[in-house]
Write a protein that binds this ligand. Structure first.
Ligand code: AMP
Length: 427
């Protein structure tokens, strides 16, 4: 199945080819035709499925022939990082179209954005708060918007943005096309969807299952031994880029400092950092200067970095959906990846929730010297060998050390070689 079937303009196809996309992902196959027909779409898809191109390609196609220099498409997203990423995808896919995209978010100069908007934008990617500022100051005109995208709507709700979004909606033409993407459907997003979508085509990919081709391994460990276990894993595992998740900003900072002090190239990414430091951390991670990024959920949401081989949940995520989002950072459209989760005694309930979305019985290995396996649904009958074909963590009880003594743990994991649910073909 190729992109030719969508009859996209050759200028847009040149962007598709430049990014090396050969066949559409399932969300693209299902969403692009109805979006191109002008339907409203409700897309239930997590990040990592290719959903950005699913809405960007039809938007470029629609905007290509019309008048230039006024905002005809608006993409609203919860975080600056996601906004920048979408802006970048539009720039890459639309490189030959001459369409101008401007991003709008807080924490950076208002005037720079005002100047960019004055120069003329065909597409705006925005975070809700700063966009509303522009609307109220009259520095953006949304009266010509033909397509509105609400990306990661559930996350915007989590972050308290729904009132801002409803206020922005009042400034948009009623006859526009609206596309809403969300990884989950809490009641509030269902209500919003009912209010703003007209006869939407519903597209659902993968539901809440984690991204394809990720192996999942759980390590019981006492809270006080997490740093030692993390270091042990990093020392004995072949990794590409590693994304470590912590529950709090403070812990993200402390773990990154600890890793740096132990000689790793690590950086922290959390909401207390200034915008420029956040960008430095992400850019440094992207270009490999930092091999390890220690992040909180909100700061890392939507980060699209190729080459993340391991996601390590230093702290277990607060919900099963958050697990899906974190794991979405590895095993992205092109690759396989490993998810490693540290589990302490009090995490039992969450482990059962995660087991449900993984759809497999979890097994634990004995993490010798690092704590004991929790009781409960996933408790193993025995501590068998690691079942993952592509984890870099050695399944041999005496793994090869690089710079430190042999590993003291023996993990047992669950391997998932899943396809996107709709199709047996993955990219
Ligand atoms: P997204 O879910 O939009 O964040 O996309 C996840 C990753 O998949 C990004 O790195 C995209 O560049 C990549 N991607 C999107 N569509 C395709 C495709 N059809 N073929 C290969 N990679 C893709």
């Amino acid at each position: 199945m190729s992109f030719e079937r969508f009859n996209l303009d050759p200028k847009i196809m040149s962007g598709v080819r430049a990014l090396g996309y050969t066949s559409p992902t399932p969300i693209q196959l299902d969403s692009i035709p109805p979006i191109m027909k002008g339907n409203d779409v409700m897309g239930l898809a997590q990040t990592g499925t290719g959903k950005t191109a699913a809405f960007v390609l039809p938007i470029l196609q629609r905007l290509l022939p019309g008048a230039r220099g006024r905002v005809r498409a608006l993409v609203i997203a919860p975080t600056r990082e996601l906004t920048e990423q979408t802006n970048k995808a539009i720039g890459q896919l639309g490189r030959k179209t001459g369409l101008a995209c401007v991003s709008v978010y807080g924490g950076v100069s208002m005037q720079t954005q005002v100047n960019a908007l004055r120069r003329g934008a065909d597409i705006v990617c925005a975070c809700p708060g700063r966009l509303l500022d522009h609307v109220r100051r009259g520095t953006i005109n949304l009266s010509k918007v033909e397509v509105l995208v609400l990306d990661e709507a559930d996350h915007m709700f989590d972050m308290g943005f729904l009132p801002d979004i409803r206020a922005i909606l009042k400034h948009l033409p009623a006859g526009r096309q609206t596309l809403l993407f969300s990884a989950t459907m809490p009641a509030e997003i269902n209500t919003l969807a009912r209010d703003i979508l007209h006869a939407p085509v519903r597209v659902q990919i993968g539901h809440t299952a984690p991204a394809a081709t990720v192996s999942h391994t759980f390590y019981p460990v006492a809270m006080t031994s997490k740093n030692a276990l993390l270091q042990n894993i990093l020392d004995t595992t072949e990794t590409g880029l590693v994304l470590v998740f912590t529950r709090t900003k403070q812990r993200s900072k402390r773990v990154a400092q600890h890793l740096e002090a132990s000689g790793y190239n690590a950086a922290a990414l959390h909401g207390n950092l200034s915008q420029s430091n956040r960008q430095k951390a992400i850019q440094g991670f992207r270009d490999g200067r930092f091999k390890i990024l220690v992040a909180t959920d909100i700061a890392a949401r939507g980060i699209d970095v190729c080459g993340v081989s391991h996601v390590i949940n230093y702290d277990i995520p607060a919900t099963a959906d958050a697990y899906t989002h974190r794991i979405g950072r590895t095993g992205r459209a092109c690759a396989t990846g490993d998810a490693i989760t540290f589990v302490s005694g009090e995490d039992r309930g969450l482990v059962s929730q995660i087991a449900r979305i993984l759809g497999s019985k979890l097994k634990y290995g004995a993490a010798k010297g690092f704590g004991s396996a929790p009781d409960g649904p996933g408790r193993p009958a025995s501590s068998g060998r690691l079942a993952s074909p592509h984890t870099g963590i050695p399944s041999d009880p005496t793994p090869k050390p690089r710079s430190r003594p042999a590993s003291r743990y023996r993990p047992v994991g669950v391997s998932q070689q899943r396809s996107f649910r709709r199709s047996s073909k993955t990219v």
